[in-house]
Design a binder for this molecule. Structure first.
Ligand code: SF4
Ligand code: SF4
Length: 200
């Protein structure tokens, strides 16, 4: 245990070893997952690609879809919290192998400097991985770098780095959840730039 909302499993309490092997599996959503994207990620990408704000809707139509997510929340004063399910944004995938549109043929990210927070933070700041060794082991079946992490191989990330990224992830998710809750989980009220015909 570290900060109120960030838990680190015993295995990683002193830090974590991780070096990406560039296999591109995470950029294919590990076959069944999503690459989540927040408004700040989209704005950064639009700027990086030299598109202006009027191109925002075009960018969203081309690269973004609605995806399912959930967030556990306990109201102040309540004994119990609950898991809320709602929509958020994710990258569309393309091709037979369903890859992120920004992945090139050599498994390199073409928007590396502006990639979404989810891509930056994997796996050091992913709460669902650093707080659960069983989730980590599950993902290690799909990611060779995580298999090495379990053997303490790779670059070292300190406990402070884990907490910093994991806190950032939690706060981003919480901020979006609270906005969604305030707007009756209507994503079009939260993200006013979304075209109404955005697909799932
Ligand atoms: S799945 Fe793991 S090794 Fe492969 S690109 Fe992603 S982080 Fe790197
Ligand atoms: S933005 Fe880059 S790192 Fe993120 S999923 Fe796409 S190709 Fe991979």
């Amino acid at each position: 245990m570290t900060t109120p909302n960030i838990k680190i499993s015993k295995k990683f309490e002193n830090g974590i070893y991780f070096s990406c092997k560039m296999c591109g599996a995470c950029c294919r959503g590990f076959d069944e997952g999503e690459v989540y994207v927040y408004e700040t990620d989209i704005i950064r990408l639009v700027k990086f690609l030299n598109l202006n704000n009027s191109s925002l809707k075009k960018f969203v139509r081309k690269y973004i879809k609605l995806v399912d997510t959930s967030f556990f929340w306990k109201e102040q004063g309540e004994n119990r919290g609950k898991r809320y399910k709602f929509k958020t944004l994710g990258f569309k995938f393309t091709g037979d192998d369903e890859h992120c549109e920004f992945l090139d043929e050599e498994n390199k990210c073409t928007v590396h400097e502006a990639r979404p927070f989810q891509c930056i933070a994997f796996p050091v700041g992913w709460n669902m991985l650093i707080n659960s060794i069983s989730n980590f082991k599950d993902y290690s079946k799909k990611c060779p770098a995580l298999r090495n992490s379990l053997e303490n191989e790779g670059d070292f990330y300190s406990r402070d780095e884990i907490i910093k990224l994991a806190t950032q992830e939690y706060e981003m998710e919480k901020e979006f959840f609270l906005k969604m809750k305030k707007n009756n989980f209507n994503i079009f009220k939260v993200y006013k730039f979304l075209p109404k015909d955005i697909t799932c």
